[in-house]
Write a protein that binds this ligand. Structure first.
Ligand SMILES: [Zn+2]
Ligand SMILES: [Zn+2]
Length: 244
C-alpha cells in the first residue's frame, strides 16, 4: 500500500515537473525556472567564496577554532608542493548532493553553475586580474568511455568560453585504478607516478590546478609536484569541494 502511494506520488511529481518544467532549488526548495539553484542561493554561495573567513594556510579549509593550519594538516599534512589551495565549499549537505547530480546523474547544466563559482574564486585569488593558466586534473583512462564526458574538462571549457580564462592541458593520467576504494596510505602510494606531463606542451610560469574534490590531497600534491618539477614557478590548487 505504502509503496503504491509512493509510486503514485512520484508519478504525479514526474508528470507535474514535465508539464510545468520548473525545478526546485536544491538548497532552499523554492521554485526555479531552469537550473537548480535560485538566484538568492546562488548569490549566497558566491559570497561564501568571496567572503573573508579564515582558512587553513595549507589546504584552504575554513577554520573553526584553529589558527593558521587546520588539525588535519597539522597531523598528516601531505600537500607540500602547492603555493596555496582554495576549495570553494566544504563537502556537506545539499552541496554534496550537487556534486552527485553533476558527476553521477550527468546533470551537465551544473557545469555552468560550477564555472560561475570557479570564476568568482579566480577573481578572489587574483584581484589584480593577472590570471595564470588553468590546468584541469585529467580523468583516469577509461572514465570517458564509461561516463561519456569529463566534468573537469567541461568546467575548463566554460571557464574559457564564458569567462575568458586561459586553459592549458598539461597533464595526462596513466593509472587505471579507481581511487575511492583505496585507503589513505594506498592512495598516496598509488598517486606517485599516476600523472605525466603531456608531450611538447609549453610550460606556463603560473598555473591554477583545478579539481572537483580535495579528499586526502594526494592528487593535488602529485600534480603540483610534477608541475613544479617541470618548471612552473607558482601553482595554486582550486577545488570545488573539500572533505572535512
Ligand atoms: Zn534557493
Ligand atoms: Zn588544512
Amino acid at each position: 500500500m505504502f509503496r503504491t502511494l509512493l509510486f503514485f506520488k512520484r508519478w504525479i511529481y514526474t508528470v507535474l515537473t514535465f508539464f510545468f518544467s520548473e525545478n526546485r532549488c536544491i538548497c532552499c526548495n523554492s521554485p526555479v525556472y531552469g537550473g537548480f539553484l535560485c538566484a538568492s542561493c546562488l548569490k549566497n554561495c558566491a559570497s561564501e567564496i568571496t567572503g573573508n573567513c579564515s582558512r587553513c594556510s595549507v589546504c584552504g579549509k575554513p577554520l573553526l577554532s584553529e589558527t593558521d593550519i587546520c588539525s588535519d594538516c597539522r597531523q598528516k599534512r601531505i600537500l607540500f608542493s602547492a603555493d596555496g589551495c582554495f576549495p570553494l565549499f566544504t563537502y556537506r549537505l545539499w552541496k554534496k548532493n550537487m556534486l552527485f547530480m553533476w558527476k553521477m546523474q550527468n546533470e551537465r547544466s551544473l557545469s555552468f553553475v560550477f564555472a560561475y563559482f570557479a570564476a568568482s574564486a579566480m577573481r578572489k585569488l587574483y584581484p589584480e586580474g593577472n590570471y595564470p593558466a588553468i590546468c584541469g586534473v585529467p580523468p583516469r583512462p577509461g572514465k570517458l568511455r564509461e561516463r561519456g564526458w569529463d566534468q573537469i574538462k567541461e568546467l575548463c571549457f566554460y571557464l574559457k568560453v564564458l569567462y575568458g580564462f586561459r586553459i592549458c592541458s598539461l597533464l595526462v593520467r596513466v593509472n587505471r585504478k579507481q581511487q575511492k576504494k583505496l585507503d589513505r596510505a594506498a592512495r598516496i602510494k598509488q598517486m606517485e607516478g599516476s600523472y605525466v606531463l603531456r608531450n611538447s606542451c609549453r610550460i606556463p610560469e603560473r598555473v591554477v590546478l583545478i579539481d572537483d574534490v580535495f579528499t586526502t590531497g594526494s592528487t593535488a600534491e602529485s600534480c603540483c609536484a610534477l608541475l613544479k618539477k617541470a618548471g612552473v614557478r607558482n601553482v595554486k590548487v582550486l577545488t570545488l569541494f573539500i572533505v572535512d
